[in-house]
Ligand binder design. Sequence first.
Ligand code: IPM
Ligand code: MN
Length: 360
Amino acid sequence: MLTKKIGLLPGDGIGPEVTAEAVKVLNAVSKVTGVNFKFSEATIGADAIRKHNNPLPDSTLQMCAASDAVLFGAIGSPEFDNNPDAKIRPEQGLLKLRKELELFANIRPVKAYNSLAHLSPLKSEKIKNVNFIVVRELTGGIYFGDKNLSLDGQTATDTCTYSVNEIERIAHVAFAIAKSRKRKLTLVDKANVLETSRLWRKTIADISKSYPDILVETMYVDNAAMKIIQEPAAFDVVLTENMFGDILTDEASVISGSIGLMPSASIGKKIALYEPIHGAYPQAAGKQIANPVGAILSAAMMLETSFGMMVEAAIIEKAVSQSLNFGVCTPDINPDKNYSTSAVGNAIASLVNEEVIQTV
Ligand code: IPM
Ligand code: MN
């Protein structure tokens, strides 16, 4: 029997709860497809700081390196957020993991569900046909440049650096995605101000010559922030650097009506990592109110991207849409008649089970 090794990093806050539901759905797929998923679990983030005084212990990194793909929950905790003097932070674990596994491309699909149009802060006619993908560079830029606080504590510096090589490798990922979609790529930058952005523009212009069938447009990030609200359906593939991508994907995530619905994939040289884009949501931890759909759809992205299991991934996506249509949702979606995190996971897992039996 084919076995795939999946590393689990449930992390902090609601991470463990939502990850458990994704595992449930993967087990439902496994039961009927004959693909065996072997799960290993390790600690990261605030949980790892508490246990090992290290947000990314070596043993966690080794577990990830020995896996075929990694499923990540969430990271972060108020005890560190509210302490500007904290030397060790949970987020450092995730950033180091991205760097160590060379997860340079973060793929964040943005999609609106018709059945949830009433939840969107945008008018329903605006969100019709919204379906785009943000390709965010993930291991460079201001996140990873030199940082400094002067000795007198009066001046701080964060450096933003990009090399042609870093831009090229993510550009190829974005062009390949654009090729499989509507063949339109929007490069988002701040080339009127930043030298790094001008290098991005030049590099993308050079690369675009080898993708003549893809329409490339450029847009300043401030304008893109507006356009995501005014005309989100106009985007297909958005390519951008690390920090702009971080901000724009949070903005875009509210279009669907709940950030709890959004999955992501971080791909690199070998192993890829899949994670819902929401954070640790500590106020909800342990209450079984967190939406597991982002984690479940991240598992679907894993099947598709890392394991080539397209049919099964599509079945999970369909089961998610069905459960939303049936109103089987956590309180972020339906505050009146809501289901627990695990009830939503159970419903999606059983829909997957029924469907897989019919299809595979
Ligand atoms: C994200 C998060 C991370 C980031 C944090 C937790 C470091 O916001 O994945 O978008 O800024 O990249
Ligand atoms: Mn973010």
